[in-house]
Design a protein around this ligand. Structure first.
Ligand code: PEP
Ligand code: CO
Length: 445
């Protein structure tokens, strides 16, 4: 058994950490967090790791998604149900149309902290600290709200607990039963081509289910789904306080989520985040942007997955539509040649952000689709497995990304622009994407 040291990261440079004004208050909060119950169990993390091992071996596909930044105000039954509904619809499209097991991971129940390119924000000549997510400070553009407040770490824990409780109830309590495939779409059909296309697929599923049940087949999988939680483990004091030693194995797990990832801005090889992640036994991810060299990727594997354990490490690439076809092949080739068994997931969002003339941060659905297409092309040409997608979406009909089925124009962005951080795909854009990804998947297999 490898020895662990859960605080070794404290000696290393940690990027993107808030400057808490009152260290004593932080210490008090962290102590309290450390005494609170786990949000997930080590056994569940292991179960997800086993599923991600199937992904790394080419036998399953990951659908990971949710808000860019969750908010405390968003931890309501309606908001969570709408996100879950969209995720379930996307997953069912992929499972049925691409005939592949789909591993479902929400960017939820903990996605409350954001890395920022600039530590300040200026509006109309006023400069204040940047918003770093509800876990750190307030979104409101006032001096008081932007001061980092450690009590927010506790509120993040409680919001995550409420969200997970809803998710567990929805996914186990009948809402996610396959007999509900039509119901998930009810408020949507007629309104959009994606909704109508989905309804036809749901009818096929209904017939298939009736047939199987008439034959006597009635599996647990028909009645509930496994949805795992994930977030970027950015604020190390939070994730460290929620790291516990599993009583069965004697090993440490970050029990704030099943899966945690390191962002593009905090993946320095000799930085605190990589060091912290080395110690925990959860399945983990690392975002890889367009400047990643094959040597960087190999060094990350050596540090984070020295035992080459399938399912342990997922690389989430976010190159941008214009760069993926040039940058991804070298990475995948060298990593594959090294014998490492990582899962490859495409984040087609973060390399494609730009500012519209109105000042809104946005993304073109066409760029998102093009990056996913590039991801599939690269894996097809190398004979490797396109293991999944990682997206920012919401269950509501927001106007944050341009293009898509309803053709949202740059001038429409203000109509319903609600994100606390990056622009998300709305429900019909998400469902369209699922159909397109299913088609791409079928071409590779
Ligand atoms: C994110 O996932 O919201 C994010 C900030 O991504 P990245 O680290 O890839 O920039
Ligand atoms: Co984002």
């Amino acid at each position: 058994m490898r020895a662990y040291s859960l605080d070794s990261w404290r000696d290393l440079p940690a990027a993107q950490q808030p400057e808490w004004p009152d260290p004593a208050e932080l210490e008090r909060v962290v102590k309290e967090l450390a005494g609170l119950p786990p949000l997930v169990f080590a056994g569940e993390c292991d179960q997800l790791k086993a599923k991600l091992a199937e992904v790394a071996q080419g036998k399953a596909f990951v659908l990971q998604g949710g808000d860019c930044a969750e908010t405390f105000a968003g931890a309501t039954a309606d908001d969570v149900r709408n996100k879950l509904k969209t995720l379930l619809q996307m997953a069912i499209v992929l499972t049925y149309a691409a005939s592949v097991p789909v591993v479902k991971i929400g960017r939820l129940a903990g996605q409350f902290a954001k890395p920022r390119s600039s530590s300040v924000e200026t509006r109309d000549g006023v400069t204040l600290p940047a918003y770093r997510g509800d876990m750190v400070n307030g979104f409101e553009f006032t001096e008081a709200s932007r001061v980092p407040d450690p009590v927010r770490l506790l509120r993040a824990y409680h919001s995550a607990a409420v969200t997970l409780n809803l998710i567990r109830a929805f996914t186990r309590g009948g809402y996610a039963d396959l007999r509900q495939v039509h119901a998930w779409n009810q408020d949507f059909v007629g309104e959009s081509p994606a909704g109508r296309r989905y309804d036809r697929l749901a009818s096929e599923i209904d017939r298939a289910l009736s047939f199987m049940q008439a034959c006597g087949a009635d599996m647990d999988e028909f009645h509930s789904v496994e949805l795992y939680s994930s977030h970027e483990a950015l604020i190390l004091d939070y994730d460290r306080a929620l790291t516990r030693i599993d009583s069965r194995s004697g090993l440490p797990y970050d029990v704030s989520a099943h899966f945690v990832w390191i962002g593009e801005r905090t993946r320095q090889l000799d930085g605190a985040h990589v060091e912290f992640f080395r110690q925990i036994r959860n399945p983990i991810g690392v975002k890889l942007g367009p400047t990643t060299s094959p040597q960087d990727a190999l060094a990350l594997i050596d540090k984070l997955d020295p035992d080459r354990e399938p399912g342990r490490l997922t690389f989430i690439t976010r190159m941008g539509a214009g760069r993926i076809r040039d940058h991804l092949p070298g990475l995948v080739e060298k990593v594959t040649a090294s014998g490492a068994k990582v899962a490859w997931i495409c984040d087609p969002m973060h390399g494609n952000t730009f500012e519209a003339p109105s000042g809104h941060k946005t993304r073109r659905v066409d760029d998102v689709l093009d990056e996913v297409a590039g991801f599939f092309e690269v894996h097809r040409s190398l004979g490797t497995h396109p293991g999944g997608i990682h997206i920012e979406f919401t269950g509501d009909d927001v106007t944050e990304c341009v293009g898509g089925g309803h053709e949202i124009a740059e001038d429409d962005l203000h109509q319903r622009y609600e994100t606390a951080c990056d622009p998300r795909l709305n429900r019909s854009q998400s469902l369209d994407l699922a159909f397109i990804v299913a088609e791409m998947y079928n071409q590779v297999h």
